[in-house]
Design a protein around this ligand. Structure first.
Ligand code: VGL
Ligand code: ZN
Length: 214
């Protein structure tokens, strides 16, 4: 039997960007992204605390290839804060694509954190924008509430899940990535790079079935 982890009252499930644009048919569809919905719906019932993130870009966001004439989605450019992958327009505020997947059922979610709302800065991480200095406020929120360990699930494994998990680890929180509750975009080996990076940091990857109610 695989090792099991019991959920504690100071644990939180962070559900990252389970939005229509990251699911099949969406503008930045992650292969089988919708498969995480049923897994997350079951998983969240084992947690006292759940926070959702919602990628939430203004029209004309600088992470969109369409904001850079001559550029195509999935190319990388250099912005003032460093390299930035260019994406198809996605998760534009108040559009259907930005809505959570209609099958997501997390009535007890305590916070919905919008990110990526500054036009000139992308934000993969739920903690810091891509300039790596602008905080979202999530670390303060978790600390003030005494929440010490995050279980991270959602989309996409190799971008927003990865950066959120890494930042949480660096900020001193316990972190576990629920691997089968994530799906990857996988550009230029980004899924393998994510596995390597999380292993180097000592962040555990586990399956949802290994997480049990205490
Ligand atoms: C994401 C690319 C752009 C994600 C968000 O949720 O992983 N990826 N915006
Ligand atoms: Zn985005």
């Amino acid at each position: 039997m695989a090792e099991r982890i019991a959920v504690a009252p100071s644990d939180i499930l962070l559900v990252v960007d389970v939005q229509n644009d990251f699911c099949p048919g969406g503008n930045l569809a992650v292969t089988k992204g919708d498969e995480v919905v049923a897994i997350v719906n079951r998983l969240c019932q084992r947690f006292h605390h759940v926070v959702l993130t919602q990628d939430w870009h203004p029209r004309g966001h600088l992470s969109f290839a369409s904001s850079h004439p001559g550029r195509k989605p999935f190319e990388t450019i250099v912005l003032p804060y460093g390299p930035q992958v260019l994406w198809p327009d996605h998760c534009v505020q108040e559009t259907q694509g930005a809505e959570f997947h209609a099958g997501l059922r997390i009535p007890h979610a305590e916070l919905v954190l919008h990110k990526g709302y500054h036009r000139a800065i992308d934000s993969y991480s739920a903690f810091f924008e891509n300039d790596r200095t602008t905080p979202t406020g999530l670390a303060g929120y978790l600390r003030e509430r005494g929440l010490a360990r995050l279980f991270v699930a959602g989309l996409a494994f190799d971008f927003c899940v990865r950066y959120s998990a890494e930042d949480a680890h660096r900020a001193g929180f316990g972190v576990v990535v629920v691997e089968d509750a994530c799906r990857a975009i996988d550009v230029d080996g980004s899924a393998a790079a994510t596995r390597q990076s999380l292993a180097d940091l000592g962040v555990a990857l586990i399956g949802a079935d290994a997480i049990v109610e205490r």
